[in-house]
Design a binder for this molecule. Structure first.
Ligand SMILES: Cc1cc2nc3c(=O)[nH]c(=O)nc-3n(C[C@H](O)[C@H](O)[C@H](O)COP(=O)(O)O)c2cc1C
Length: 271
C-alpha cells in the first residue's frame, strides 16, 4: 500500500511541480529580458519617440492646431504622480502679444542679472570687477544649481538678444505646480512634461523645455495676468511648434552612466 500514491498526493505533487516550473520560468524571463529582444530589432513607437526627440529651438511661424495641443495635454493628464496627487495645471499661450511680453520681461531680468553678476563686463584689476566677482561667487555658493555655468552663459546671450527664451515658438505651455503636492511635486512636473514632449514628438511636433520660464515668477502682475493662481506657481514651460529642418538627425552626447546590478546574490557593475 505504501507504494501506491493516492490521486490526492499526485495532484499535490503536480501542483508543486507546476509552481516550481513557473518560478523557474519567471526567473529565466527576468534574467533574459533584454536578450529576449531580438538584436537589431526595430525600435518600437515609444522607443523611437524617445530616441528621436530633440530640443527644438527653431520653429516655423505656422501655428499648431489647437486640437493637437489638447491631445498632448491629454497625454500629460495621464502621467503618474506620487499618491496620484496630480499637482499640476497648465496655461496655454498662443497669443503673440502675450508671448512677446513674457519674452521681453525675461530679457529685462537677464540684462539686470548680467549687469550685477557678470564681472567680465569690467576691466581686470578694477574695483567693480572685484566687487561683482565676490558677489557672484557668493551667489554661486548659496545657489549652486541656479548659478551653474550653463544657465549663466545663456543668461548673457538672452541679455544680448542672441538667444530667445521661448525660441519664438507659436505655442508656449506653462506647467504650473501645486507646491502642496505629495512628496516631491517637482518630480511629478518632470514626469508630466515628459509625457507631453514625447506625445508631441510622436505627432511630428517640436518642443523645448524652458527652465528660464521661472524668471516670470518675479513679476507678480504678469503672473496674475497669465492666470496663475495660488497654490499654483510656474514650475516649467514647454515651447511647441513645427520644427525647422530635421533636428532629429542632430547627435546629442549622452554619458554612459554606471549601473549597479544586483542579482541572485551577486553585484555587478554594468555600463
Ligand atoms: C527641465 C529642463 C529645463 C530646460 N530648460 C531649457 C531652457 O530654458 N532653454 C533651452 O533652450 N533648453 C532648455 N532645456 C533643454 C536642454 O538643454 C536639453 O534637453 C539638453 O541639452 C539635451 O538636448 P536634447 O533635449 O536635444 O536631447 C531644458 C531641459 C529640461 C529637461
Amino acid at each position: 500500500m505504501d507504494d501506491i500514491v493516492s490521486n490526492h498526493d499526485l495532484e499535490e505533487l503536480e501542483c508543486e511541480l507546476d509552481a516550481a516550473a513557473a518560478k523557474e520560468s519567471r526567473k529565466a524571463r527576468r534574467r533574459t529580458a533584454i536578450q529576449d529582444i531580438e538584436p537589431g530589432a526595430e525600435w518600437n513607437d515609444v522607443e523611437h519617440a524617445i530616441l528621436t526627440r530633440r530640443s527644438i529651438r527653431k520653429f516655423k511661424g505656422r501655428q499648431v492646431p489647437a486640437h493637437m495641443i489638447r491631445r498632448i495635454l491629454e497625454m500629460g493628464r495621464f502621467a503618474p504622480s506620487q499618491g496620484n496627487n496630480q499637482p499640476w495645471s497648465f496655461v496655454v499661450i498662443r497669443d503673440k502679444a502675450m508671448i512677446a511680453e513674457m519674452e521681453q520681461y525675461c530679457v529685462a531680468v537677464c540684462k539686470n542679472m548680467t549687469a550685477t553678476i557678470d564681472y567680465t563686463n569690467y576691466p581686470p584689476g578694477s574695483e567693480q570687477r572685484a566687487a561683482i566677482m565676490e558677489n557672484t561667487q557668493k551667489l554661486n555658493r548659496d545657489n549652486p544649481n541656479s548659478f551653474h555655468p550653463v544657465p549663466m552663459t545663456a543668461i548673457k546671450s538672452i541679455a544680448n538678444g542672441r538667444f530667445a527664451v521661448f525660441h519664438r515658438a507659436p505655442t508656449v505651455i506653462l506647467i504650473l505646480m501645486d507646491k502642496r503636492g505629495v512628496g516631491v511635486p517637482e518630480v511629478d512636473i518632470g514626469v508630466v512634461g515628459t509625457n507631453i514632449v514625447l506625445a508631441a514628438q510622436s505627432l511630428g511636433l517640436g518642443t523645448c523645455w524652458i527652465g528660464f520660464s521661472k524668471l516670470l515668477s518675479s513679476n507678480p502682475a504678469l503672473v496674475e495676468k497669465l492666470g496663475v493662481q495660488a497654490p499654483f506657481e510656474i514650475a516649467e514651460a514647454i515651447s511647441v511648434g513645427y520644427p525647422i529642418g530635421n533636428p532629429t538627425q542632430q547627435a546629442i552626447s549622452r554619458q554612459t552612466h554606471q549601473i549597479v546590478w544586483w542579482e541572485d546574490g551577486n553585484k555587478e557593475i554594468l555600463y
